[in-house]
Design a binder for this molecule. Structure first.
Ligand code: C2E
Ligand code: CA
Ligand code: CA
Length: 761
């Protein structure tokens, strides 16, 4: 009695287990999960059927159990077939059981159900065992059909599985063995029961266990041995060298690639780490690190990435560590090539500006006990070289220059191309030899084919001041030094110093202040009287002065040159011309018949239409153009004589008197004078009287005065400082005079007083 309920208990437990497996496997992502789930559900029926038969106290109840068991068996076989299909599919070709088997099983189930009416398949009878009544099955003809179907399909499944097992690779085989063994065991146990005549079908335990095993192996089992084998296969035969170490650093295993890398036989593999350390000149140690190393040089240069990793157990203690060494020569060469291209000038192979600046910064910072010079070199008139000989020759010239640089400077120097025909250098002060550098770089004969051309360069030098924070500013300063000699063909090297610096600062200061100075009338005209032969003041020259709020009285040479450089001179001159017109208008009101000469800078012609502008001014102030004389210096004739001649003509056509200023200062030939539309020749005593031989000087002055008279021009001598000079010049035929003998340039009020008080010298 007791054993009956023990079995029922076991069966109930198995049913519970199967339900759990069925539910769990449904949740699983694998396709196999579904078939396992159905199989485990199917397995519940025969177990349930048997449990009912065991505890049945009535025949009808045992009969119900019988039906459940029988039809459940068809269901089990069907699901077993599905499961086997799915289980084997993971490993290779898909195999499917023929469709008709399904129909055969269905037909069997139908014939078993028909037993309700026909009683052809089975019946129930009771037996007494150990004083207990048990219901047992009494097989009839239909039962044999059922057995035939079930066993037939079952054996087919077993055979299929057997074939899969034999065909599977060794590593997969264990997966099939287990299922095959479990399935066969359950089948044999069931068969044993059929013939045992035992009233309790304990083989149902086999069904339950099989259901659980199928669930476990299909869903949870991971073939660890398989993974291990595969991993070790990958590592052993992989191209990366691998070294495995014990926690204490003893090398316990290396792969083939490691032996090849360090050049030892596999038998001596324990020496591999030592050889590796020697080969790369490194010291191996545990920890998580990666480093880049290289061996060989030139063609045989190879780069390797070293990656070391600690392997920890679940508690975080070290199990050992491994080192992987992979050949990444290709990537490294590519990276290095890209880096080279980004940091080196394509044409010359020397550094690019960006990289040069970076290196200079580093060098200065690292060697902070060394003094340095920064050099900025420029090939002169490089555009002309390109224009005349073509870009190819130009490129070639640049390369020649770079080659010369490479030969000239030691490894303590850093240099590069700053773009175009400009080059930059950092040279330690103790290595800086100005003469040597000048000789090497400032004149290079470039020869290519039939073309020969001497390229000249100029160099600006800046002595590095450690307080100077940024490299571009250092080069800007070196460049300033260079710019200061750019127009001077004979100068080769220029140093940035305080004078240059002050000059630049001064230029900056006055340039930014000039507009305000004009507006505030800090800029104003001083007038220097011009006298005739009798000593009467007949006019004046307006000369600019700047009464600077901070620096006081400024003579023109302090600010005119820099304003001429940046074109601001035109603003000053326009203002001076306006002042001259104002003065003339005032004198006109007073009834004074005096003229004012104004200066025109050669640069004014670039910025405005001077004749038109001055004409509009005299019209605005309603003064006689004859009273406004325009002084154009002789030096402008050098550059653009045709243009100047036409400007002079334009002035004269408006009625102005044109004066040639500073005649004798230089360039124009006496011959040229004939064709110049000039009314007055201003002869500067400082230029003409320079010679020591007074007699000779007199002769020159006399001849110039004569020439002027012959050409119908008025001669005016400036720089007359004494009565003797006045007398001599008068006797030579000069008609107008200007100079300190009469007066220095003076403010307007003083000039007006002078005219009123003393009109005659
Ligand atoms: P410049 O036009 O030849 O002016 C004559 C210069 O000689 C003036 O110098 C004048 O002060 C100076 N001078 C006059 N008499 C004597 C003398 O007896 N002995 C000596 N040693 N020097 C004498 P300043 O005023 O310093 O002007 C210098 C130059 O500045 C002028 O030379 C002129 O080229 C330029 N400049 C002056 N004012 C203006 C202006 O408003 N516009 C432009 N564009 N240039 C101006
Ligand atoms: Ca002048
Ligand atoms: Ca002059």
């Amino acid at each position: 009695m007791a054993s009956r309920y023990i079995y029922v208990g076991i069966f109930a437990l198995l049913i519970l287990l199967l339900i759990t497996c069925a539910v769990n496997s449904r949740r699983h992502y694998k396709d196999l999960g579904k078939t396992v789930s159905w199989l485990d559900i199917a397995l519940i029926y025969p177990i349930l059927g048997n449990a009912i038969i065991i505890i049945a106290t009535r025949k009808w109840l045992a009969l119900i159990g019988c039906y459940i068991y029988h039809i459940g068996m068809d269901f089990v076989i069907f699901e077993l077939m599905k499961f086997t299909e799915a289980y084997c599919n993971g490993a290779g070709k898909k195999r499917k059981a023929p469709k008709w088997i399904k129909w055969v099983l269905l037909a069997d189930a139908v014939q078993l159900l028909a037993n309700l009416f026909t009683k052809h398949a089975f019946d129930i009878e009771w037996i007494v065992q150990k004083g207990q009544i048990y219901y047992i099955l009494k097989p009839l003809a239909g039962q044999y059909i059922h057995r035939l179907v079930v066993y037939g399909v079952f054996i087919a499944i077993i055979l299929g599985l057997l074939i899969m097992t034999i065909r599977a690779s060794r590593l997969y085989r264990e997966r099939y063995y287990i299922i095959l063994a479990a399935m066969s065991a359950a089948g044999i146990w069931e068969s044993y029961y059929i013939f045992s005549k035992n009233p309790i079908d304990h083989s149902m335990i086999g069904f339950g266990i099989f259901g659980v095993i199928a669930y476990y192996f299909a869903i949870h089992y991971r073939p660890l041995r398989l993974i291990d084998k595969m991993l070790s296969g990958i590592v052993s035969n992989g191209s990366d060298a691998c070294f495995i170490f014990s926690p204490r650093g003893r090398c316990v295993w290396v792969n083939k690639a490691a032996c090849i890398l360090v050049g030892i036989y596999e038998e001596n593999s324990e020496k591999a780490p030592e050889a590796l350390e020697y080969l790369f000149n490194i010291k191996l140690h545990r920890g998580n690190w990666s480093e880049q190393h290289s061996t060989g040089s030139g063609e045989s240069l190879k780069y390797y990435l070293f990656e070391n990793r600690d392997v920890l157990n679940e508690k975080g203690n070290i199990n050992g560590y491994y080192l992987k060494v992979s050949d990444n020569t290709k990537e490294q060469l590519k990276i290095r090539k890209e880096l080279y291209e980004a940091t080196h000038d394509r044409l010359t192979g020397i550094y690019t500006q960006d990289h040069l600046f970076k290196l200079i910064r580093q060098t200065i910072d690292v060697h902070n006990d060394t003094d340095y010079m920064v050099l900025y070199a420029n090939i002169k008139n490089f555009k002309v070289v390109n224009d005349i000989f073509g870009n190819d020759f130009g490129d070639y010239a640049i390369r020649c220059f770079a080659e010369k640089i490479k030969k000239q400077f030691t490894s303590r120097c850093v240099y590069g191309r700053l773009g175009g025909a400009n080059f930059g250098f950092l040279v330690p002060k103790d290595e800086f030899d100005a003469d040597k550098i000048e000789n090497a770089l400032t004149l290079i004969n470039v020869k290519r084919g039939s073309i020969k051309y001497p390229i000249q360069s100029q160099i600006g030098v800046y002595e590095v001041n450690r307080k100077e924070p940024d490299v571009p500013t250092m080069f800007a300063d070196a460049r300033i030094a260079l710019t200061s000699i750019e127009k001077d063909d004979s100068a080769r090297m220029s140093f940035y110093d305080d004078k240059l610096r002050n000059e630049i600062l001064w230029n900056q200061e006055i340039t930014t202040q000039i507009a305000d100075a004009i507006r505030n009338r800090d800029i104003r005209p001083y007038l220097q009287p011009i006298a005739d032969r009798e000593g009467n003041i007949v006019g004046c020259e307006a000369l600019v002065r700047w009464i600077h709020k901070e620096h006081g009285f400024l003579a023109p040479f302090k600010f005119i040159p820099s304003l001429e450089k940046n074109g601001m001179i035109a603003e000053v001159d326009k203002y001076m011309w306006r002042c001259a017109c104002e003065i003339l208008a005032d004198w006109k009101k007073r009834g004074w018949d005096l003229f004012v000469s104004v200066n025109i800078s050669p640069k004014d012609f670039y910025y405005l239409d001077v004749p038109k502008f001055i004409k509009s001014l005299v019209e605005e102030y309603d003064v006689d153009p004859k009273k406004l004389r325009v002084e154009i210096t002789e030096t402008v004739m050098v550059t653009d004589s045709d243009k100047v001649v036409s400007i002079m003509e334009e002035f004269r056509s408006y009625g102005f008197i044109v004066e040639m200023d500073d005649f004798g200062s230089g360039y124009s030939s006496l011959n040229m004078l004939k064709s110049l539309p000039v009314d007055v020749l201003k002869i500067d005593m400082n230029f003409l009287g320079k010679t020591d031989d007074e007699q000779k000087a007199d002769t020159i002055v006399k001849n110039v005065i004569n020439l002027a008279m012959e050409l119908g021009m008025t001669a005016l001598t400036e720089g007359v400082e004494s009565i003797d000079q006045f007398d001599i010049l008068s006797s030579m035929g000069c008609s107008l005079f200007q100079g300190y003998y009469f007066s220095k340039p003076i403010p307007l009020e003083d000039f007006d007083n002078l005219v009123i008080v003393k009109r005659k010298y």
